[in-house]
Design a protein around this ligand. Structure first.
Ligand code: T4K
Length: 391
């Protein structure tokens, strides 16, 4: 049990941390252990451990249903799922993506010797700015990867229009967007393909895992073969594939966690509302708002520390860490500033002013099943107290 001191006891300078145990961003949401162990027995009895096993197939069907999409191809993680989708779509040359994303989006291109071209974001949605995307198109461009950051959908229609006009392929990194919608339609139905991550830290996890969602049957079949070395039948390799398969034990975890999915989302929403209330009116603290008309999973609680906040973003993060609140500066400083890309494209930042500002201002706060509404109240109280003191 976490021991939380009372608000009255909370001292800022030199006192013990407000939380006796560390509160993480990304503590896994885990389902019923007894149910999981039943699956373990099943796996041991059947002796079917990997290679498109029955639990993987069950999980794929359930995830496809949730997203109202024809095909779900489960993979060993989101990064390999991105790589396989990119490969199956035959992207080459240059591909446009946001710099403001987890580094895996860029790496998935770079590993296949495709040049990631970083476009700027809309400061309100933190997703690709279509006008910036247009500026980045060259004769070498073959595709666009939009990222549904924090579960907020990228500007799907505008990006599709650009892709159509320039004969480019559009796909999405939907690692954050499990169970989310865009204009009332579930994520998974947009572009050529959309990639989910089931990493431990995500809304829904399979320990490690990921999947590609698509309505294109031919593409789905190609990716199914590519995740299994490209085998088109026994002793017959028809694609340059890789090993991207999800194992049965991971699918078991997924099936168990799916049973609790609705309660996790409800819990996240309660926490989000508590943050909304607790941080309301603080100078320079802006909570990233979800579109209330859409389905959201509320897995990421994001604040931006603006100019009129009396505390700098980095100082506030340190203050929270001192209280055992392990807030994160995702995705600072932006992919284009991480060593591999900084060296390759030293001038990439010139057209990324919104990326720069957002990356310098964002703090991601803890939520998920391991974080209670009371925890959220206390975190808000810590932020309020620091700001009041600094005013
Ligand atoms: N695209 C996007 C937009 C993504 O965000 C990601 C992954 C991907 C693609 C790639 O998908 P995968 O290949 O990962 O399936 C974490 C995750 O490792 C990464 O999956 C995730 N995005 C990213 C946003 O977050 P780090 O470097 O922050 O991980 P780390 O080790 O610092 O863990 C975060 C916190 O979670 C820690 O404070 C402790 C806690 N934690 C973590 C694990 C693994 C636990 O409490 N238990 C655990 O088992 O990247």
């Amino acid at each position: 049990m976490k021991q939380i001191k009372s608000k009255a006891d909370l001292a800022i300078n030199g006192a013990p941390p407000a939380f006796a145990e560390k509160l993480h961003v990304g503590r896994p949401n885990i389902g019923d252990k007894a149910e999981f162990l039943k699956y373990v027995d099943q796996i041991f009895d059947s002796k079917w451990l990997s290679n498109n096993g029955p639990l993987v197939q069950q999980l794929e069907n359930k995830i496809a249903n949730i997203h109202d999409v024809k095909h779900c191809i489960a993979m060993c993680n989101g990064t390999v799922a991105l790589e396989i989708a990119i490969r199956a779509l035959e992207l080459a040359g240059e591909v446009i993506l946001p710099s403001y994303t987890f580094i895996a989006t860029a790496h998935a291109l770079h590993w296949q010797e495709i040049t990631p071209v970083f476009a700027d974001i809309d400061p309100d949605t933190h997703c690709l700015d279509p006008e910036s995307v247009k500026k980045m198109i060259t004769p070498k461009t073959t595709g666009i990867i939009g990222v549904h950051l924090w579960g907020h959908a990228a500007p799907v229609n505008e990006l599709q229009q650009i892709a159509d006009e320039h004969n480019l392929k559009l796909m999405f990194d939907a690692a954050h967007a499990f169970g989310c919608s865009y204009q009332g339609r579930m994520i998974g139905n947009f572009g050529e393909a959309e990639v989910l991550s089931f990493h431990a830290t995500k809304l829904f996890n399979t320990f490690e895992g990921g999947a590609v969602l698509t309505n294109n049957g031919e593409l789905a079949e190609k990716m199914r073969l590519m995740r299994n070395f490209g085998f088109g039948g026994v002793d017959n390799v028809i694609y340059p594939g890789t090993n991207g398969k999800m194992v049965e034990i991971a699918a078991a975890m997924g099936l168990v966690n799916l049973d609790k999915l609705e309660s996790v989302i409800q819990h996240n929403e309660k926490n989000y509302r508590a943050y909304q209330k607790g941080l309301d009116g603080l100078p320079g603290i802006n909570l990233f708002l979800f579109d209330e008309a859409e389905k959201n999973n509320f897995q990421y609680v994001v604040i931006e520390v603006g100019e009129n906040c009396p505390i700098r973003r980095d100082d506030l993060v340190e203050m929270l860490h001192a209280e055992n609140v392990l807030a994160r500066k995702y995705f600072w400083p932006g992919c284009h500033k991480m060593l591999p890309y900084r060296e390759l494209y030293p001038h990439a930042g010139l057209l990324l002013s919104n990326t720069q500002t957002v990356a310098d201002n964002v703090i991601v706060l803890p939520t998920g099943k391991a974080v209670s509404e009371q925890d959220v109240d206390l975190i808000c109280h810590i932020v309020c107290k620091h700001i009041e003191t600094a005013l």
